[in-house]
Ligand binder design. Sequence first.
Ligand SMILES: O=C([O-])C(=O)C[C@H](O)[C@@H](O)C(=O)[O-]
Ligand SMILES: [Mg+2]
Length: 419
Amino acid sequence: MKITDIELTPIAFRDPPLLNSVGVHEPWALRTIIQVHTDEGLTGLGETYGDSGHLERMRKVVPALLGLDVYALNAMHAAVADALGGVTGSDRHGLTGTISSGGTVDRVFSGFEVACLDIQGKHLGRPVSDLLGGAIRDRVPYSAYLFYKWAGHPGHEPDEWGEAIDPIGIVDQARALIDRYGFGSIKLKGGVFPPEQEIAAIRALREAFPAHPLRLDPNAAWSVDTSVKVAEELGGLLEYLEDPTAEIAGMAQVSERVRIPLATNMCVVSYEHLAPAVARDAIQVLLSDHHYWGGLTRSRQLAAICQTFGIGLSMHSNSHLGISLAAMTHLAAATPNLDYACDTHYPWNAADDVVLPGALSFVDGAVPVPTTPGLGVELDPDALALAHQRYLDCGLRDRDDTGYMQRFDPSYERKLPRW
Ligand SMILES: O=C([O-])C(=O)C[C@H](O)[C@@H](O)C(=O)[O-]
Ligand SMILES: [Mg+2]
């Protein structure tokens, strides 16, 4: 079954003013929706980043994919590498670490691979999880992903979630997310306020939710010494501490001095980072993410590597919609050694989804794994057209959390570590 056409549709969807260690989310988050068409009339869906550089690289490789068999995933990966010719991508927000040329290939390939797996599943009449070795769980738990946030984007009405800039606001936000989705574990995005304030927020969460596993992720906002201090204070309260400090060398220094497991989606983001991280025992948990680890089949290989070296496995998320959620859910369902509830931004963005409602839902904090052929989600053409129009109208072409923050606070500096 040959690929005859590939459509790439950049879209924009509403995003609340979520704060992080490099600034604040802009009113629009960007993604690209991929539709791969075949000579047998089957179409597959993928979802990936929407930043201009990534979109340009995706467009560049499309001609090399036309005519390939949808089952020839290895040839497709090689064709992407060839077409990119060693270029290295970068992101403006810097929250996913150093991107290598190999990592760039994996990022570009991933969305096409997911779309081809969707087609394979439709062709065979099997869900994507079956193509990954079969689901070993029928529901995938996700965590409540809390953010410090403003009440609304400056100059606009408050959004439905309201303000969260202190422990009370964070606990209220957790309660709202847990009431609505039933989440059984909690992640707090930190790196926004001085560590003492974030420690207080974690303590408040522990008091309000005595049984929920907790995690804190300051996205490398802390020095090695600050990381050690926070880890000592919060050691008994967290299931893991995520990226307290930057780089494998920094994480290794923290790891040597603390007992709490350290997790990352910043210092180990492609295959060449694994050996040095293992050699230095820099991390105990890896947050995988098929969007940059080269798709679903390669993420299964990554899971095997983690198992080999005794590294726990969790899953990372950026702002995303339903095609990504479906892909994440199939992958997590078919990954036996996924040890933690996955991250998802979906609650923040679900209102603007471009897939037809009904296929994905949260039940007691988990998404039941779709059992219909392929990913199990279908595009809503009207929603896609609207989201594309929003992309054209909004004027944003790259995520820039720092630049957006500086519009309201010109003295704001991007500074890692900040504390
Ligand atoms: O776990 C993480 O590091 C992330 O989810 C990175 C994201 O970019 C997050 O910080 C965000 O959306 O602000
Ligand atoms: Mg993280």
